[in-house]
Design a protein around this ligand. Structure first.
Ligand SMILES: Cc1cc2nc3c(=O)[nH]c(=O)nc-3n(C[C@H](O)[C@H](O)[C@H](O)COP(=O)(O)O)c2cc1C
Length: 171
């Protein structure tokens, strides 16, 4: 499947290159889109190398219209990690960067998988749960989160699913 992998600015972004490897092992063609905050947590060059494709992180790319071309190319969109911020923007139609804009430009019949990951208190906030509920009602599928030791030092719900589990779930 031709997949756009959207990577949000959660600490689990460091797992994104491994996720790309696991997806490619299963035959998927992967193109990565980073938010500006994700770009602080995972190296664009690592993603370009493991995906074998240029990584996009801005709407403004040499006069191109990636926010339309990428969702046209894609057969599905996987977002991992999906931050609280991205869930809110996706749920409410906010399109202020490449990833949130291409989410809106993706044809509605194409599958969207969201892999939320965040601190437990954030995860349990009614705003976050409400946004996720809206997205699920509109057809998005979720993978995780799972419980465990979080990067913030807490032990609870909010860790991103393991890359192998994510790649298996979308198969
Ligand atoms: C080190 C660090 C780790 C973070 N981890 C998470 C996270 O796991 N989940 C989350 O929702 N936000 C996390 N945040 C907050 C987001 O980066 C912040 O909400 C940001 O606006 C998200 O932008 P984006 O959704 O465009 O990537 C983290 C912030 C920092 C500084």
């Amino acid at each position: 499947m031709r997949l756009v992998l959207g990577i949000g600015g959660g600490i689990a972004a460091y797992k994104a290159p491994d996720l790309v490897r696991r997806l490619r092992e299963r035959g998927h063609d992967v193109r990565c889109v980073l938010t500006a905050n994700a770009g602080r947590l995972v190296a664009k060059d690592a993603l370009a190398t493991v995906s074998g494709s240029p990584v996009r992180d801005t709407l403004w790319h040499d006069g191109g219209i990636e926010h339309i071309d990428l969702p046209r190319w894609a057969e599905g969109l996987l977002v991992a990690p999906a931050t609280a911020d991205l869930l809110g923007k996706f749920a409410h139609g906010i399109a202020d960067d490449l990833l949130t804009t291409l989410f809106l430009a993706l044809e509605p019949q194409k599958p969207v998988w969201l892999c939320p990951a965040m601190n437990t208190v954030m995860w349990e906030k009614p705003q976050v749960q409400g946004n996720l509920k809206l997205l699920i009602e509109r057809g998005a599928r979720t993978i995780g989160p799972v419980g465990g030791n979080l990067a913030c030092g807490e032990n609870g719900m909010g860790a991103m699913s393991d890359p192998t589990a994510i790649a298996t779930a979308i198969a």
